[in-house]
Design a binder for this molecule. Structure first.
Ligand code: B4P
Length: 182
């Protein structure tokens, strides 16, 4: 079973949902930049206030902030890990590669969850987080297509990308992920 993983996908694809199920079952550290940023926001810190403004518009927070959060966590990992929502652009992917080379823990597999636009819209509107309204979701999707989707080619070229169909029930998608990583 692979234990150094990255989950990629558009907003609402199920990265967070599948990531937490996988980490629970296989005892990995779940490093979700979305969750870590939301913790920063709830703490009310100056950084959190700045991040909240950006997240509520569906934009990406600065690479600098996200990188410092991920670096702090990865330098202290004691077991396998799963990155969820990071990297989100080429610059973050390059920084990750350098960091993983430094800690001698190369990425073993990338799960790319694909989902139809109508499914993701329905799921996110039903969840109703602050950044889950139609206008912001449209912006998040545009940013995903412009900045994050090019990472699919990058990891395909490295030969570690596994495509997963996310348009199904949670347990069905989970079985496909287990099969792909087994
Ligand atoms: P994230 O927290 O990563 O949120 P997300 O992309 O919307 O996906 P999420 O993981 O929450 O949703 P999931 O698909 O599991 O990012 C939020 C914001 O943080 C970004 O917009 C950005 O501002 C900032 N950010 C995060 N990382 C960053 C980075 N690296 N750089 C810069 N900025 C960053 O689930 C969605 C819903 O669907 C849930 O309600 C779930 O229950 C449901 N669901 C999931 N799978 C389902 C299924 N199979 N069937 C039915 N429902 C399902």
């Amino acid at each position: 079973m692979k234990k150094k993983l990255l989950f990629l996908g558009p907003p609402g694809a199920g990265k967070g949902t599948q990531g937490s199920l996988y980490c629970k079952k296989y005892d990995l550290d779940h490093l979700s930049t979305g969750d870590l940023l939301r913790q920063e926001v709830s703490s009310g810190s100056a950084l959190g206030v700045k991040a909240a403004e950006i997240m509520n518009k569906g934009e990406l927070v600065s690479d600098e902030l996200v990188l410092s959060i991920v670096q702090g966590r990865l330098l202290n990992v004691k077991k396998g890990w799963l990155l969820d929502g990071f990297p989100r652009n080429i610059h973050q992917a390059e920084s990750l590669q350098k960091l993983l080379a430094k800690i001698e823990q190369p990425l073993e597999a990338v799960i790319s969850i694909q989902i139809a636009d109508n499914f993701l819209l329905k799921r996110l509107l039903a969840r109703g987080r602050k950044d889950d309204n139609e206008q912001v979701i449209t912006n998040r999707l545009k940013i995903y297509r412009d900045k994050t989707a090019p990472l699919i080619d990058l990891y395909t070229e490295k030969g570690i990308l596994k495509d997963i169909d996310g348009n199904d029930e949670i347990d069905v998608v989970f079985s496909c992920i287990e099969k792909a990583l087994g």
